[in-house]
Write a protein that binds this ligand. Structure first.
Ligand code: ZN
Length: 162
C-alpha cells in the first residue's frame, strides 16, 4: 500500500467508527507496517473486520492477520562495461555477471594491447569472446609468458615496461 491508499483506508474506517481520527503522523506510522501489503487484500480484511461487529476501530494487526507480504519490487539499474560498452542490467545490486564479464574484457583488452605493440595489429576479439574461461586464461598466460621471456633482450618490451 502507498500513503494515498492508507489515507483512503482511514477514511473508510472513520466512516464506520466516528471516534477514529488520523493525521499525517498516523499515516506515516501505519505506512511502515502496511507498505508491503496489497491494498485490496487489506481492504478485504477490513470488510471482514466490520462483519464481526467490533466496537473499536481496527489496529494494524487486525488488517494484516493471515495476509502475506507482496514481493518487493526489484531494484534495477543499468551499468556499462567501460571497455566494450556492453550494457548490463543490475538487479538488486547483484554484480556477479557484470564482474565476470569485466574480468574477461580486461584480459581480452590486455591481449589486444600487447598484439598492437608486438605485431602492430588488433586481435580478432570475437574469437576471444567465444573462448571458455579456461581457454582465455591460457591465451592470456601464453602472451604474458612470451613477454616475460623476451623482456631481457627486447628493447620494445623495455620501453613499454612490461
Ligand atoms: Zn566489456
Amino acid at each position: 500500500m502507498n500513503a494515498r491508499e492508507i489515507k483512503d483506508l482511514f477514511d473508510r474506517i472513520k466512516s464506520h467508527y466516528t471516534m477514529f481520527t488520523y493525521d499525517d503522523k498516523k499515516i506515516q506510522e501505519w505506512y511502515r507496517f502496511l507498505k508491503d501489503y496489497d491494498n485490496d487484500e487489506v481492504n478485504e480484511q477490513f470488510n471482514k473486520y466490520l462483519t464481526n461487529s467490533y466496537d473499536n476501530p481496527p489496529q494494524v494487526h487486525h488488517l494484516t492477520k493471515n495476509l502475506s507480504k507482496k514481493k518487493q519490487e526489484d531494484d534495477i539499474w543499468i551499468t556499462e562495461c567501460d571497455i566494450c560498452k556492453q550494457r548490463f542490467k543490475i538487479v538488486n545490486n547483484d554484480m556477479y555477471e557484470y564482474e565476470k564479464h569485466h574480468r574477461k574484457c580486461q584480459k581480452i583488452d590486455f591481449i589486444d594491447i600487447m598484439s598492437m605493440k608486438l605485431h602492430k595489429k588488433h586481435i580478432a576479439s570475437v574469437v576471444y569472446y567465444e573462448m571458455s574461461d579456461e581457454e582465455l586464461d591460457n591465451a592470456y598466460r601464453e602472451i604474458m609468458d612470451y613477454y616475460m621471456s623476451h623482456r631481457e633482450n627486447n628493447d620494445f618490451v623495455k620501453r613499454i615496461g612490461v
